[in-house]
Design a protein around this ligand. Structure first.
Ligand SMILES: [Zn+2]
Length: 435
């Protein structure tokens, strides 16, 4: 049924960060068909009308990097840098069964939706389609896949290529018609993959018209490992291999020199910035202003519950600004507008979904979040944008919609029973996982 949201403060998330203070939005067949001042709203027809009582409507948040399957182990490995951490968590991550992965994805998806996330790019090692099954069932969009590696460089765990390719091909065949699901092919990282493996995965992605994803330049030690092995820095190496282009998404990108940022800008590759994870794993602060200044698309990511530990893009927006300012001692290094762009429109662009999602504009998907952001001085564009970045959290989220359907409303998931899912997860953990 068509839907008319009225009496809302609409933050469109368009390129100008336009707002409509007392606005209405008409949603037809899951798409935004009209929005503007309440007083100018079109004839209702048979649309259902909802009075939002002055609440804020914003575009659904786009999480450009996550590992939902690891969520059962939240809180293990809270200390240490990237390589120390990966050794600490290896006993859990390398023995993960498909059911552990599936249950972890349920934990992650429910938390993301509760936090206003409507689209996520998820990475796994085994079970390339599990995340998308869970996300689609709950009503969230996903770009899912597995990051493959080379067994000689990443010996722990089972080796996952060409299994990842077979799983992805099967998922596309079985579920490619589901508009909520998209898939990619990925390589784990320059330190865990040979040149041949990276190129093989990239070639397979291009043949299928899929995005290519890799973790890169996350940690300083990684840069040294790549330099010793290949005589150049990670971005230079990927560029030599010919795998950087407008369909490539690089997770982290913390340790980047000016010439590497130029390479990214020239090739069109995008970066997923994960400020909390980068800080928690003592990786560093990514050069986000330089990347964006050169026109590199930058989205925000939560990373996994083992390195974050929440799945909250409001927190990532806040962290992206605060860390940058603390690191550069420049109070203008990033603004609330920059953070909002990365969490919505630029995030959508970095995962190749910008035609359909990332902002509330006529013709685009009605993926949106309704928040209760009461302010003693009343709502204005400046106050709402400020609150969304420096204050907002899941406690303010009232409703989450994807394709015009409320998938989360007033604390409840509309398609699934959260209590029942939690109970199943607990029973699984009791019988299958160490305490
Ligand atoms: Zn990752």
């Amino acid at each position: 049924m068509d839907l008319l949201l009225r009496n809302a403060f609409i933050y469109t998330g368009d390129a100008d960060h336009s707002c409509v203070p007392r606005g209405s939005m008409l949603i037809k067949e899951g798409l935004v068909r009209w929005f503007g001042p309440d007083a100018e709203r079109p004839a209702l027809g048979d649309a259902r009308e909802v009075d939002l009582g002055g609440q804020v409507v914003m575009p659904g948040l786009v999480n450009t990097h996550a590992h939902g399957g690891l969520s059962l182990h939240r809180g293990r490995g809270d200390d240490g840098d990237l390589f120390q951490w990966s050794r600490t968590i290896a006993p859990y991550t390398s023995t993960l069964t498909l059911e552990d992965n599936y249950r972890g994805c349920q934990v992650a998806v429910m938390e993301m939706v509760r936090n206003g996330i409507t689209t996520v790019c998820d990475c796994t090692r085994y079970g390339a389609d599990l995340f998308s099954m869970v996300a689609s069932g709950i009503g969230m969009r996903s770009l899912s896949g597995a990051l493959a590696s080379s067994p000689e460089l990443r010996p722990a765990g089972r080796h996952n290529w060409p299994q990842a390719l077979e799983e992805t091909d099967r998922a596309i065949l079985e579920r490619g018609d589901d508009p909520l699901c998209r898939f990619y092919l990925g390589a784990h990282s320059p330190y865990s993959c040979t040149a041949e493996r990276v190129q093989e995965i990239h070639r397979a992605a291009r043949e299928r018209g899929l995005p290519f994803i890799i973790h890169v330049a996350e940690n300083r030690q990684e840069v040294e490992m790549v330099r010793e092995r290949h005589g150049c820095r990670p971005i230079e190496w990927l560029h030599r291999l010919g795998v950087l282009d407008a369909h490539t998404l690089l997770a982290h990108g913390v340790w980047l020199e000016a010439n590497e940022i130029e390479i990214l800008a020239a090739t069109g590759a995008a970066v997923s910035h994960n400020p909390t994870s980068n800080a928690k794993l003592a990786s560093g602060v990514a050069p986000v202003p330089a990347l964006r200044g050169m026109g590199v698309p930058v989205g925000l990511g939560t990373d996994s519950m083992l390195s974050n530990n929440g799945q909250d893009l409001f927190q990532e927006m806040r962290m992206s600004v605060l860390l940058q300012r603390a690191h550069t001692l420049d109070g203008h290094a990033l603004s609330a507008r920059d953070a909002l762009a990365m969490a919505t429109r630029e995030g959508a662009r970095s995962i190749g979904w910008q035609q359909e999602i990332g902002s509330l504009e006529v013709g685009k998907e009605a993926d949106l979040v309704v928040l209760d952001l009461w302010h003693p001085l009343g709502l204005s564009a400046e106050r709402v944008l400020s609150d969304l970045v420096y204050r907002a959290g899941p406690q303010h989220v009232r409703t989450v919609m994807v394709h015009g359907e409320a998938i989360y409303d007033e604390g409840h998931f509309t398609r699934v029973d959260e209590a029942e899912i939690r109970h199943t997860i607990e029973r699984h953990c009791e019988t299958h996982l160490p305490p």
